[in-house]
Every structure is written in structure tokens, then in C-alpha cells.
Design a protein around this ligand. Structure first.
Ligand code: ADP
Ligand code: MG
Length: 298
């Protein structure tokens, strides 16, 4: 059996904000087909680490390799073109675009530098149509729309009936689903999910778990930030624990769970974090329900 290729190989990356070291000499790697989870209390440096891997931010020290190539400091679109897709902790969708168009945006990077962009809206669409022969545009456009519909269908009745609705009319949980759908449109080689179930209730969380398990079964490599430990235990091949920017443990889920350093550092803090998270989650769920009543009754 051949060993799977290493997709991300991260060596001693450090990111400082003034006097604060948000990520402090962290090393780890993610092999093809694996699900690696990053856990740790609020402020541990998890989202900053994601930013360093996706080009949203640059490390002060250290090296990030992707599939053997040194990609340290690459821009987000350069990484996207290599198949690195992500979602954000505080979901980002284009409020005035429909669900379908939001998802179509994800195909941008895939179309590559040599080809004109995707006809999403306005001036960009006009430029695209002016540059490419009409028949070719129509074929490409309808092919991608079909693909986007298929990706949206993965989210069942949550998104499909709302495919033409503007994203601003969606519930919080649905906006997170749109973001994941958009990331999948890239046909990613690795998917980075930053707290995909934040603000979701129990049944929504269970649905998300099923979806991530399915993506994993299909062979997608996943890097996950997640607070819900039962989810982490179910999904991960490897768990990385951060505290104050430093890696304090890594290993198999069960081993990490029983690591005394993790219990002390992570679970100790977590009681504080949990109170805050619960408050945020309660607010999200309230907003979610209000949104559903307001926009989704039909
Ligand atoms: P986590 O995702 O684990 O909760 P973050 O990576 O968001 O943690 O933050 C790690 C630390 O870095 C926190 O103390 C946070 O306040 C700080 N931080 C993150 N981004 C910035 C920034 N752009 N400027 C200054 N400080 C930041
Ligand atoms: Mg975070």
C-alpha cells in the first residue's frame, strides 16, 4: 500500500499581532483523505491558523507547503486554484445574490487564470459575454448551473426550495450551508471548515455531521475547527489541540481526549468558553428561528 500524499505540511508557523502571539510555532500535516480537527478554547489561534493556510493572512515565520509546493504567503485565489476551499467562522455570503449565484461564485477559481470568469452578475457578466463566443458562454453557464443545482441538492429541502431567494433572506444555518455549497463548487482537494455547526441546534448539527461524514467517505480531505467534541470524536482521524497559540497535543481522538494536559488546559478554559458559546448559540438560534418565521414561511 502506498502512503497517502501529504496535502498540507505546516512547519513552525507563527503569527503575531503586536505583543500577542496568536499562533506560536505550530507544526502539523494533513494527509490526503484524512479529517484533521483543530480544537482549543476561544482565542487559542484556530481561526488565525486557518487564515495562514488559506492566504487570508501571512505567517511571520514558518513554512506552509501544499502538495509539496511552498505556498507560504500565497494569495487566497492562488490557493483556491490549487484546490484549497474554506468557510468562515462568521459565515460570508453575498446578501443580494441568490442562493444559486452564491454557489456559482465558488466555481470562479476553478475556471483558472487563463479563462474569463463566471457570469455571476452585472459588469462581470457583461465582460465575460463580450470576451467569449455566445454559444460557448451559454454552454459553460448551463453546465455550471446544473452542477451548482446538484451541489445544492446535497442539502436536501434546506436549500433546494430557496435556490432563487436572495441570501439575505436565509436563516443563519442556511447561510452556513450556502457557504459550504460554494466551497464544494470549487471541487476542492481540501475543505477547511471553521466551526460549521456554530449556532446550529441539535438536529441541524446532526445533519451537518452526516454531510461531513459523506464528504469524507467520498475521499475529500477535511480540516475542521469545531467546538462540539462529540462531533470531533466521530469525524477525526487526528486531533490537534491549541492553547494560547501553541500546539499542546495532537493524536488520535481518544488519546487526545484523555491527555491530562488537554483536560487541564482545554477543559479548564472551556468552562469559561462554554458559557460564552452557549450565549452566542442561544442568540444565533433565536435569530435563526426569527429568520425562518420571517422569510421562509410559504
Ligand atoms: P480562535 O479561532 O481559536 O478562537 P483566533 O485565531 O480568532 O482564535 O484568535 C487568536 C488570538 O489572536 C485572539 O487573542 C484574537 O483576539 C487575536 N487576533 C486574531 N486576529 C487578530 C487581528 N487581526 N488583530 C489582532 N488580534 C487578532
Ligand atoms: Mg475562531
Amino acid at each position: 500500500m502506498t502512503t497517502p500524499a501529504i496535502l498540507f505540511d505546516v512547519r513552525r508557523v507563527t503569527r503575531r499581532f503586536g505583543g500577542l502571539t496568536a499562533v506560536d510555532g505550530v507544526s502539523f500535516s494533513v494527509a490526503q483523505g484524512e479529517c484533521v480537527s483543530v480544537i482549543g478554547p476561544n482565542g487559542a489561534g484556530k481561526s488565525t491558523l486557518f487564515n495562514l493556510l488559506t492566504g487570508a493572512d501571512m505567517p511571520d515565520e514558518g513554512v506552509v507547503r501544499f502538495d509539496g509546493e511552498d505556498v507560504t504567503g500565497y494569495a487566497p485565489e492562488q490557493l483556491a486554484r490549487r484546490g484549497v476551499a474554506r468557510t468562515f467562522q462568521h459565515g460570508r455570503v453575498f446578501g443580494n445574490l441568490s442562493v444559486l449565484d452564491n454557489v456559482l461564485v465558488g466555481a470562479h477559481a476553478r475556471l483558472g487564470a487563463a479563462r474569463p470568469g463566471l457570469p455571476v452578475a452585472g459588469a462581470l457578466a457583461e465582460l465575460w459575454r463580450a470576451l467569449v463566443p455566445a454559444r460557448q458562454v451559454r454552454e459553460e453557464e448551463s453546465r455550471l448551473r446544473e452542477e451548482a443545482r446538484a451541489v445544492i441538492a446535497r442539502f436536501g429541502t434546506r436549500l433546494a426550495p430557496r435556490i432563487d431567494a436572495p441570501a439575505h433572506s436565509l436563516s443563519y444555518a442556511n447561510r452556513r450551508r450556502v457557504e459550504i455549497a460554494r466551497a464544494l463548487m470549487l471541487c476542492p482537494r481540501i475543505l477547511l471548515l471553521d466551526e460549521p455547526t456554530a449556532g446550529m441546534n441539535e438536529s441541524e448539527t446532526a445533519e451537518m455531521l452526516e454531510l461531513i461524514l459523506e464528504l469524507k467517505r467520498e475521499g475529500l480531505t477535511i480540516l475542521l475547527i469545531e467546538h462540539k467534541l462529540d462531533l470531533v470524536m466521530r469525524l477525526s482521524d487526528l486531533v490537534l489541540v491549541l492553547d494560547d497559540g501553541r500546539k499542546i497535543a495532537s493524536g488520535l481522538p481518544e488519546a487526545v481526549r484523555h491527555d491530562p494536559a488537554v483536560i487541564e488546559a482545554y477543559l479548564g478554559h472551556r468552562q469559561l468558553g462554554e458559557v460564552r458559546d452557549e450565549r452566542i448559540a442561544a442568540a444565533d438560534i433565536a435569530r435563526n428561528e426569527a429568520d425562518q418565521t420571517r422569510h421562509e414561511t410559504s
